[in-house]
Design a protein around this ligand. Structure first.
Ligand SMILES: NC(=O)C1=CN([C@@H]2O[C@H](COP(=O)(O)OP(=O)(O)OC[C@H]3O[C@@H](n4cnc5c(N)ncnc54)[C@H](O)[C@@H]3O)[C@@H](O)[C@H]2O)C=CC1
Ligand SMILES: O=C([O-])CC(=O)C(=O)O
Length: 274
């Protein structure tokens, strides 16, 4: 049973998760939040009645008083929070799953989860189909897994890969493949765009075997993710045409509500789906 929640990052996803707690969609208390911008921290606190407002943490370690620590900050923050939270016995939910493309960090985080009393949760986020992918991978049936992601060019702005390769996003006038490669390379090349590739990898056949294609589409109005997988179980194909979040178009709205459902399910007496 998860009773108290701590949130790292008061941006699009962190604020939406806090709202779900404030409106009792999730039966838990938001006890503590940590953010970089006092105004965003205050906006999260203001979603609650005065007597139930979360405390603004002075440091990340203050979050470990909660039963579950949710990272909704960015890939750089994962190293600062995940291992310590797990070692403190907290449950830990990571949104910036792409940080686990770093093999050493991944191994340390998974080891901390194995050693501690808290569990590590990596939600499906903005993709659909990890239930089937997990089941197929467990029995060794899964042979191939690919992710094709299509975003408007503006949604890829600021990605290290775009900058390093001098890709002029403004000059794109037709659907253009801007990246092809394994998930572990995609996750660090596009840290704010393709965390979902690492979730797919960890559910499936691993980050170096999972193939990723990123398409910049000048007319796209959605962030679209298509998973294609084959193996002894048959063929899986899922496509989600995601509505971008108004406050951060790089982030699909589904990512926030996926985390909210994961959080709710931790206290549920009945769970549906794999
Ligand atoms: N797994 C998935 O399916 C998805 C994951 N994401 C990832 O989730 C994360 C959060 O996404 P958004 O809420 O849209 O981002 P956002 O940019 O709207 O909010 C992040 C907030 O965290 C704060 N922050 C960053 N580092 C911090 C630190 N060390 N300590 C305290 N606060 C810190 C920032 O100031 C910002 O307010 C991002 O890494 C994003 O790429 C986004 C969409 C889907
Ligand atoms: O929200 C999305 O569409 C996916 C995303 O940004 C990510 O996985 O980092």
């Amino acid at each position: 049973m998860v009773r108290s929640v701590g949130i790292l990052g008061c941006g699009t996803i962190g604020t939406e998760i806090a709202r779900a707690i404030a409106t009792e969609t999730v039966p838990a208390t938001l006890s503590v939040v940590h953010g970089q911008h006092p105004d965003r921290v205050a906006a999260v606190q203001d979603q609650f009645d005065t007597d139930s407002q979360p405390r603004a943490a002075e440091s990340i370690s203050d979050l470990f008083e909660a039963d579950i620590v949710i990272e909704a900050a960015g890939q750089d923050a994962v190293d600062d929070v995940a291992i310590d939270a797990l070692e403190h016995g907290c449950e830990c939910l990571l949104m910036s799953v792409g940080a686990l493309a770093d093999a050493e960090l991944r191994s340390d985080v998974l080891e901390a989860a194995d050693a501690g009393s808290g569990r590590l949760h990596l939600p499906s986020g903005a993709i659909a189909g990890l239930d089937a992918i997990k089941a197929a991978a467990l029995t060794g049936e899964l042979e191939t897994a690919t992710l094709q992601t299509t975003k408007p060019p503006s949604g890829l702005e600021g990605a290290p890969y775009i900058d390093a390769n001098d890709i002029d996003l403004d000059a794109i006038t037709e659907p253009t493949v801007v990246f092809e490669g394994p998930a572990n390379e995609a996750a660090s090349a596009f840290p704010s765009n393709i965390n979902v590739a690492m979730a797919l990898s960890l559910a499936g056949i691993g980050p170096s075997e999972t193939a990723v294609e990123i398409v910049a589409h000048p007319d796209a109005e959605t962030n679209t993710h298509t998973i294609s997988a084959t193996g002894g179980m048959g063929r899986i194909e899922t496509t989600v045409e995601n509505v971008p979040s108004p406050t951060n178009p790089k982030t699909s709205y589904l990512a926030a509500i996926s985390a909210i459902e994961k959080l709710r399910s931790l206290s549920a007496t009945v769970t549906v789906g794999t």
